[in-house]
Design a protein around this ligand. Structure first.
Ligand SMILES: Cc1ncc(COP(=O)(O)O)c(C=O)c1O
Length: 384
């Protein structure tokens, strides 16, 4: 059996009539850039997440770059972020001329270790230059939003939530309030890269904020810094979501919670089937019934140096897997000018993580086959 890591064509089959109808409507309208679908999509996402403003841009990386600029990140500033994330989380800092400070992650949630963040904010020799914190809700698992709010308040740093992988994930506050990731940041971002839980048929991204002035800056910045065409207030960029993508994303947004639920069901099934291998051979993620993690990825930790050979074994069985991420951000060559640093958990994770196939349309048989194959691998490993 062949099991892909991700398969977009199955979702397309289900949505084909709706998608083709809306694509035809957009093409017939002749309005392809910054039209009614982009505006409606911005309103719908803002309402879905509980934020005041949503500003659509060309991709999540641009969203981060513009978001960091919008909160005033510039040369000589320091910005704290996780060592274990996609490149764009850090490049938005350096592209704005600032210096990243990479912090290690919690070995269970894979999210930035907030104890270490607080410690750093207390002891950093140039504390007054540490301007912002960029947490990433990695693989769809929400970072403690209550604590993030406290850190922002106590240390006076700007909060930029990287929600590229976490649209719709939630956090329970101690007073019973539930908030979604992306709703508390001074500014937050989404990515609509095709493999994301809400994926476009191309690139797309979004900036979220409750601040009128930040929203205003981002709206102008994405269109060359011009409020009025050909009159440029700031040196902006061209970073727009197009009407076709917005129209397609509006169709998919209606089903997003169902997609999340299916992913959570898949994660639960994996956990049931792989449970007997944990903790001796692998670690499996915590699964809840609600959206505390929306399982953008289902990632196991493979122990005893077996990760790469398990990956090869699964490939032979027709099962596609992936390694997010094989090298921490603090170790990337392009960031070597910031000095050599060691992040213990990030480095272990880079050697141990393995993402298994997960998407809403994956069948029970496929999930069972993946789990059986993993069990088979360890059975054979023991027998040798
Ligand atoms: C955590 C994280 N941040 C930022 C991005 C950048 O998004 P995009 O690919 O839309 O530029 C991604 C996308 O892969 C991501 O996973």
């Amino acid at each position: 059996m062949k099991v892909p890591l991700f398969d977009m064509t199955r979702q397309y089959e289900q949505l084909k009539q709706e998608i083709l109808r809306i694509v035809d409507e957009v093409l017939q309208s002749g309005r392809l850039i910054m039209g009614p679908n982009v505006e409606a999509f911005e309103r719908e996402v803002a309402s879905y997440l509980g934020v005041k403003h949503a500003i659509a841009v060309a991709n999540g990386s641009d969203a981060l770059y513009i978001a960091a600029k919008a909160v005033g990140i510039k040369e000589n500033d320091f910005v704290i972020t996780t060592g274990f994330s996609f490149f764009a989380t850090a490049s938005c800092i350096t592209r704005n001329g600032a210096t990243p400070i990479f912090v290690d992650v919690d070995p269970v949630s894979f999210n930035i270790d907030l104890d270490q963040v607080e410690q750093l904010l207390r002891t950093h020799p140039q504390r007054d230059k540490v301007k912002a914190l960029i947490p990433v809700h990695l693989f769809g698992r929400t970072v403690d939003l209550e604590r993030l709010e406290r850190i922002r308040r106590d240390f006076g740093v700007k909060l930029i939530e990287d929600c590229a992988q976490s649209i719709g994930s939630i956090w329970y506050f101690s007073d019973g309030v539930i908030k979604k990731s992306g709703s508390i940041g001074d500014v937050s971002i989404l990515s609509f890269f095709p493999t994301k839980n809400l994926g476009a048929y191309g690139d797309g991204g979004m900036i979220l904020t409750n601040s009128d002035s930040i929203a205003d800056f981002c709206r102008i910045f994405r269109v060359h810094g011009a409020r009025k065409k050909y009159f440029h207030e700031i040196e902006g960029v061209n970073s727009r979501l197009d009407e076709l993508q917005a129209a397609i994303l509006r169709v998919k947004l209606k089903y997003l919670d169902d997609y999340h639920r299916k992913r959570i069901d898949v994660a639960k099934t994996y956990n049931e089937l792989l449970g007997p291998l944990s903790p001796r051979f692998i670690d499996i993620p915590t699964v809840h019934d609600d959206f505390r993690c929306i399982f953008h990825q289902y990632v196991i930790r493979v122990k005893n140096g077996q990760r790469d050979s398990l990956k090869d074994f699964l490939k032979e069985k027709g099962i596609e897997t992936a390694i997010y991420y094989p090298l921490g951000l603090h170790k990337q060559k392009c960031f070597s000018r910031f000095g050599v640093q060691s992040l213990k958990n990030t480095e272990s994770l880079s050697e141990e993580v393995l993402a298994l196939p997960i998407f809403p349309e994956i069948s029970n048989q496929e999930v069972a086959y993946v789990a059986e194959s993993i069990k088979k691998y360890f059975k054979e490993a023991i027998e040798c």
